[in-house]
Design a protein around this ligand. Structure first.
Ligand SMILES: [Zn+2]
Length: 453
C-alpha cells in the first residue's frame, strides 16, 4: 500500500469533483494562436533543424544519462535526479527547477515505479499549466495502482510540473509565461526557458514514451482526445495503443513539450481531457482507462480494465472562424454530426442587430467548439473533424517519413521540394519575447475568473 499524496487533500478532491460539470474543454485557443505564430515564424526561417539539447543535468549527478539514451530498465537500478531507484520498487524523488534562489526553491515531487522486469520507460507529465487538475489526479491514480514487482519497464510520473501555477490556480509560471512554449529550453534563457531545460534534461530525456496531460481553457470545449503528429509513423503506432480514444492530427508547435520530445526521438502525444480549475471524474476516468490500455499494449503490465475498442478514430480537422465580431450563439453541440452548408452558429452585433451565420464547409463532426461568448472577427469557433481511416493515416505517415528521409539524404539540394532551401546555420533559438508573451495573454488571462460555462 502506497502512502496517500499529501500535497492535495482528499477533501479538496471530492469537493472539486462534486462541483465538476461534464464539460470537455481544451486549450485549443492557445494552440491555435501558437500555430499561427509558428506559421509566421516558419515563413521567415523555414526548416529549422531539430534542436539537440546539450548535457542535461546541471544540478544532479547522473551524468551518464545526459544523452537521453534510453538504457534497458531491467534489473539495473535506475539513476534519476541524483538517486538510484532499485528494480521492483516505488520511489518519490524530487526535481528542483532552477529558476528560484536555492533557499526558497520548492522541489517538485516525481513518482517512479521501476519494474522488476525490463521494458520501456513511460513518462507522464501533468499540470505544465498549473490550473489543469485532471491530469494530476490521473497520474496519482495510475502511479499508485502500479506494482513494481509486476511491472515490465518504468513509469515516471510528474503530477504537478508547474507547482507555482498550481498553488496560485494559474495556468502560467510566476512570470506569467506559458511553460509549454519553451521546450526543450535553454539553460541560459529566460526563467521559463530554464525551467523547461531542467525538466527536459533531468526527466523527459530519460523517457522512451511521453504522455503530456492537459485540459483546456474556458473559451472552448471539446471531445477528450489525443493530439498527435500523424505524419510520424512512430507516433501513429503509439497513438493506436490508447484504446478507442479519439486522435486528432496536430503537427505540434515549436516550444511545446510534445514537439520537443518527438524531435529528440521520444515518442510523445498530448492528452486533452476536461477543463481547468476543476476535477472531472468522467474525464479522469476516461484518461486513466486510456493509459491503462496503453500499459497493456506496451506489454508493461496486464490491464485491470482493457479498453475493448479495437481502434482509435483518427481525425483531420479545421477550425471554422467567425467572419464578424459580436455575440456567438451555437446551434450545434459537441460531437454532433454536421452536413456541408449547415449553420453551426450565429454571430450578432448587439448594437446594430446585424448578424451572420457560421456555416459548415464540409460534412464532419463537431470535435471542438467555443462556448457562447463575445467574439472578434476571425475567432476560431468550431473545430470540425473529418474521419480518416487507419489505413489512410498509416499511408500518409509512411509517405511523410519517406519524404523526410529523402529530404535528409538530399541535404540542401532537394530538387523534389518546392520549399525554400533551409539556412546553413541553425537560427538562434527562438525565445518568445516578453512583449509577445504578454500580448498573447491579453486575450485569455481572465479566463480563470469567469464562471464555468
Ligand atoms: Zn495545458
Amino acid at each position: 500500500m502506497h502512502k496517500p499524496l499529501s500535497w492535495i487533500t482528499l477533501g479538496t478532491l471530492s469537493l472539486l469533483a462534486t462541483l465538476a460539470q461534464p464539460v470537455w474543454a481544451t486549450e485549443v485557443e492557445d494552440e491555435e494562436r501558437a500555430l499561427e505564430r509558428q506559421q509566421e515564424t516558419d515563413a521567415d526561417a523555414p526548416n529549422k533543424p531539430p534542436h539537440r539539447i546539450e548535457s542535461s543535468n546541471t544540478d544532479h549527478s547522473d551524468t551518464n544519462e545526459a544523452t537521453g539514451e534510453a538504457e534497458p530498465a531491467g534489473p539495473d537500478p535506475l539513476p534519476l535526479l541524483g538517486q538510484r531507484v532499485q528494480p521492483g520498487t516505488f520511489a518519490t524523488l524530487h526535481w528542483t527547477p532552477d529558476q528560484s534562489f536555492a533557499s526558497i526553491a520548492t522541489p517538485v515531487p516525481v513518482l517512479v515505479a521501476h519494474g522488476l522486469k525490463p521494458g520501456p520507460k513511460l513518462c507522464l507529465t501533468a499540470a505544465i499549466h498549473g490550473d489543469e487538475l485532471n491530469g494530476i489526479e490521473m497520474v496519482r491514480r495510475l502511479m499508485y495502482e502500479l506494482e513494481p514487482n509486476e511491472l515490465a519497464g518504468t513509469v515516471i510520473g510528474v503530477p504537478i510540473v508547474n507547482l507555482d501555477g498550481f498553488r496560485s490556480g494559474s495556468r502560467y509560471l510566476s512570470d506569467r509565461r506559458d511553460l509549454n512554449r519553451y521546450f526543450p529550453g535553454n539553460k541560459d534563457g529566460s526563467a521559463a526557458s530554464r525551467v523547461a531545460h531542467s525538466l527536459f534534461g533531468n526527466i523527459v530525456s530519460h523517457c522512451d514514451y511521453l504522455v503530456d496531460l492537459h485540459t483546456g481553457s474556458q473559451k472552448r470545449i471539446n471531445q477528450p482526445q489525443l493530439r498527435a503528429d500523424l505524419d510520424n509513423q512512430d507516433v501513429v503506432a503509439f497513438a493506436k495503443h490508447f484504446g478507442g480514444m479519439t486522435v486528432l492530427h496536430s503537427p505540434g508547435v515549436t516550444g511545446m513539450l510534445r514537439d520537443a520530445a518527438v524531435k529528440e526521438g521520444i515518442v510523445a502525444v498530448t492528452m486533452e481531457a476536461g477543463g481547468p480549475n476543476r476535477l472531472e471524474t468522467q474525464a479522469v476516468s476516461y484518461g486513466v482507462q486510456a493509459i491503462e490500455t496503453l500499459l497493456e499494449n506496451l506489454e508493461m503490465r496486464k490491464a485491470s480494465r482493457f479498453w475493448s475498442a479495437p481502434q482509435p478514430v483518427f481525425f483531420e480537422s479545421e477550425w471554422i472562424r467567425a467572419s464578424q465580431g459580436g455575440i456567438l450563439l451555437s446551434e450545434v453541440e459537441l460531437n454532433d454530426k454536421v452536413k456541408k452548408g449547415q449553420i453551426l452558429g450565429t454571430v450578432t452585433d448587439p448594437i446594430s442587430n446585424t448578424g451572420s451565420a457560421i456555416i459548415a464547409p464540409y460534412n464532419g463532426r463537431v470535435l471542438g467548439m467555443a462556448v457562447n461568448q463575445v467574439v472578434h472577427a476571425g475567432f476560431a469557433a468550431f473545430r470540425i473533424g473529418e474521419v480518416k481511416s487507419t489505413e489512410e493515416v498509416e499511408a500518409q505517415a509512411e509517405k511523410a517519413s519517406k519524404k523526410k528521409e529523402q529530404k535528409e539524404n538530399n541535404g540542401d539540394k532537394s530538387e523534389l521540394e518546392s520549399e525554400p532551401v533551409p539556412p546553413k546555420a541553425p537560427p538562434p533559438e527562438r525565445d518568445v519575447d516578453r512583449a509577445e508573451d504578454i500580448s498573447s495573454l491579453d486575450h485569455q488571462n481572465d479566463g480563470g475568473n469567469e464562471p464555468h460555462p
